[in-house]
Design a protein around this ligand. Structure first.
Ligand SMILES: Cc1cc2nc3c(=O)[nH]c(=O)nc-3n(C[C@H](O)[C@H](O)[C@H](O)COP(=O)(O)O)c2cc1C
Length: 177
């Protein structure tokens, strides 16, 4: 699949089939995440891949109703953690979040290219998630995502037009000329 096709195909998937994901596919998408750029190449992220039902249930139990449903539907759940001390801060910008988000998008696009669905889940009680999964105290939990073969084809969600979000040379100038 061409990159643009993968980007257009990706949507948040919130219902999954029970089909198992081959181990080599999981390795391939983690490999894509591994190659992401990061602050000073410090690679502050850690991935916790929940394949066992017991682990996924332990996580689901500490989520709110909506995200519990999203997470519980998938055969695999990805937990993205990051160590802020292994990244940088500029002013009030904490780059561990940026590092982690880029790595997640690498993973998400690679998953899409393999026919898998994902959904960034950001609404959760971090302390509860850390306790449920025994994540070391120095790590932040940045995101969760279900991973599996889609059982739905949601419509594309609307995006703002380019003219509203991209300017050329001068702030507010929407035409390149
Ligand atoms: C930082 C972030 C947090 C999100 N948190 C949640 C969430 O907790 N639960 C959920 O169902 N979707 C969540 N989403 C998915 C967004 O709702 C979704 O990306 C957006 O509506 C656009 O839809 P699309 O991904 O299908 O294009 C999150 C997305 C991002 C980027």
């Amino acid at each position: 699949m061409e990159l643009q096709e993968v980007i257009c195909k990706r949507k948040s998937i919130r219902a999954y089939t029970e089909q198992e994901i081959p181990a080599e596919t999981i390795t391939a998408i983690l490999e894509a995440a591994r190659l992401a750029p990061s602050w000073k190449n410090l690679q502050c992220w850690r991935w916790l891949i929940l394949r066992q039902k017991k682990q996924r249930q332990a996580l689901a139990e500490v989520l709110g109703d909506w995200n519990r449903k999203v997470i519980s539907s998938a055969p695999v759940v990805v937990v993205l953690c990051a160590d802020p001390a292994a990244s940088g801060v500029m002013g009030d910008k904490q780059y561990y979040l940026v590092d982690a988000a880029i790595a997640m998008e690498h993973l998400v696009l690679a998953a899409t290219a393999h026919g898998l669905g994902t959904c960034w889940v950001g609404a959760f009680d971090e302390e509860k998630v850390k306790n449920a999964l025994h994540i070391p105290p120095e790590f932040r939990v940045v995101a969760l995502s279900p991973l599996g073969y889609p059982a739905q084809e949601p419509p594309a969600q609307p995006r703002k037009p380019l003219a509203e979000i991209a300017f050329f040379d001068v702030w507010g100038k929407t035409q390149p000329e």
